[in-house]
Design a protein around this ligand. Structure first.
Ligand code: CTP
Length: 448
């Protein structure tokens, strides 16, 4: 950026994170800013004025009466600055700002500042979460003070939680954006109280309505971020759901798959701009918007549909379906009658492996992804499947875990490919879907 000759007034207040203000100062200078420092008395106990004087090349202002350059330092400094950055900003200084107090140099300068004010709070987690601090935060943001939010982590006092000063780089980047006038619109955290009637099975649109109402009552709006269109031009083929293998016209062999994973990947791929076709076994899910669904019932039908749809223009096939490995060799053409016909033995024959077939068909530039749902020896079985089926990537998930089993809204997956194994944390399905799609992009990129 061209932050040349931009003037930043850095207010350092009394907290252990004061030493990080030195790095912030250096970062701003590196970007071409002229930085002056003002400090509270408390802050000088953490870092001496001499340090900031040496770093900034300006005298440091700590009080009204000892600043050689002006007898009204709070006015002079507030007029000098293009941006006032308070870093770290204590709970006390936030409270003073919210109340409009001016009992020391920093609070008076902030009260006199007509330009952009950016604060980087840092404090103990309980002080941060205290309703008084949160109310002050809301007040300041509503008045247009910009905030680099504190992060979570282990705090200097040993507590773990939110209150850690944001990363130095993030603070510098935000300050530079403010100077360029390109800082993002501040986001105001709102607490949403969901109505009691808001049940677990409420839909995403119910939640959105609740959020919209909550935002409207605090005078705001909900901004829904559009997903990136990074898969524009891509074509995906996805198998999903279980298959039903007929024993007779009314009985079949099935499994516990719901199709959620495959449908979620399809929805996210379409939202990210791809053309997507699902070859779907019998499920109760709605077709995601913009996704073509080819409905099939049996493993044989799924095989025929998937292999004929895997044309050269398909960039990636993802086999999430829980395809029956075996099917009755000779399904009856009429409903079998107990006591009359022999139905205690059903002879099964192996079905054709769709994943293996697509892997053998794939040309250069096509990616085939398989799944391994296991209850034990997850990685070993996944590695064996990768080798046996010849696909590019296996997504392994431990279906013995409640947070990763069939029908769950979360999953814990590992990527297993020729390069090794990468375990991911348990995540909601849409994030799992994104992680899989990102991984597919990485594979494609690595191929050039
Ligand atoms: N798969 C397939 N066609 C089949 C069987 C499986 O495409 N006829 C795909 C699944 O969609 C999944 C992967 O292969 O991507 C699962 O591998 P598979 O060996 O079938 O796993 P299991 O059915 O769990 O079998 P195993 O008893 O060997 O673990």
């Amino acid at each position: 950026m061209s932050a040349e000759k931009k003037k930043v007034l850095l207010g350092v207040t009394g907290g252990i994170a004061a030493y990080k203000a030195c790095e912030v100062l250096r970062g701003l200078q590196k970007a071409g800013c002229d930085v002056r420092v003002m400090m509270t008395e408390d802050a000088t106990r953490f870092v001496g004025t001499v340090t900031f004087e040496a770093l900034s090349g300006h005298p440091v202002a700590t009080g009204f009466y000892d600043f050689a350059e002006s007898s009204i330092p709070h006015i002079m400094l507030s007029e000098w600055a293009d941006l006032v950055l308070v870093c770290p900003c204590t709970a006390n200084v936030m409270a003073k700002m919210a109340a409009g107090l001016s009992d020391d140099l920093i609070s008076s300068t902030l009260l006199a500042a007509a330009g952009t004010v950016l604060i980087a709070p840092a404090m103990n987690v309980r002080m941060w979460e205290n309703p008084a601090t949160q109310a002050n935060l809301q007040t300041l943001m509503a008045r247009g003070v910009h905030v680099v939010m504190p992060t979570q982590g282990r705090l200097a006092c040993g507590d773990v939680g939110t209150g850690k000063l944001a990363d130095v780089d993030a603070i510098v980047a935000q300050a530079l954006s403010e100077l360029e006038g390109s800082a993002p619109t501040p986001q105001v955290p709102v607490e949403v109280e969901l109505p009691q009637s808001f049940a677990e099975d409420s839909t995403a649109s119910d939640l959105l309505t609740a959020l919209r109402l909550a935002a409207a009552s605090s005078g705001g709006t909900i901004v829904i971020e559009e997903p990136p269109r990074d898969l524009e031009g891509w074509k995906f083929l996805i198998t999903a759901g279980p298959t039903h293998e007929a024993i007779d016209p009314v009985r079949f062999i099935a499994n516990a798959s719901t199709g959620k994973m495959g449908y979620t990947i399809a929805r996210r791929a379409a939202e990210r701009g791809a053309r997507v076709t699902i070859v779907s076994g019998p499920v109760t899910l709605q077709a995601p918007e913009g996704v073509e669904v080819v409905n099939v019932t049996s493993a044989a039908q799924m095989y025929d549909a998937a292999t004929s749809l895997f044309t050269h223009d398909v960039d990636c096939a993802i086999c999430t379906a829980a395809v029956a490995d075996y099917t009755p060799a000779a399904p009856a053409d009429h409903k079998l009658k107990k006591g009359i016909e022999q139905i205690d033995v059903i002879r099964l024959v192996e079905t054709k492996d769709i994943l293996a077939a697509l892997s053998s068909m794939k040309g250069i530039g096509q990616i085939v992804v398989g799944f391994a749902a296991e209850t034990n020896d997850l990685i070993a079985y996944a590695q064996a499947k990768l080798a046996k089926k010849g696909c590019d990537l296996i997504v392994a998930n431990d279906v013995s875990r409640a947070d990763s089993t069939f029908g769950a809204d979360t999953s814990r997956i590992s990527f297993v490919d020729a390069l090794g194994v990468e375990e991911l944390d348990t995540m909601p399905l849409n994030l799992v879907a994104d992680a899989i799609l990102d991984r597919v992009c990485d594979i494609m990129e690595a191929r050039g």
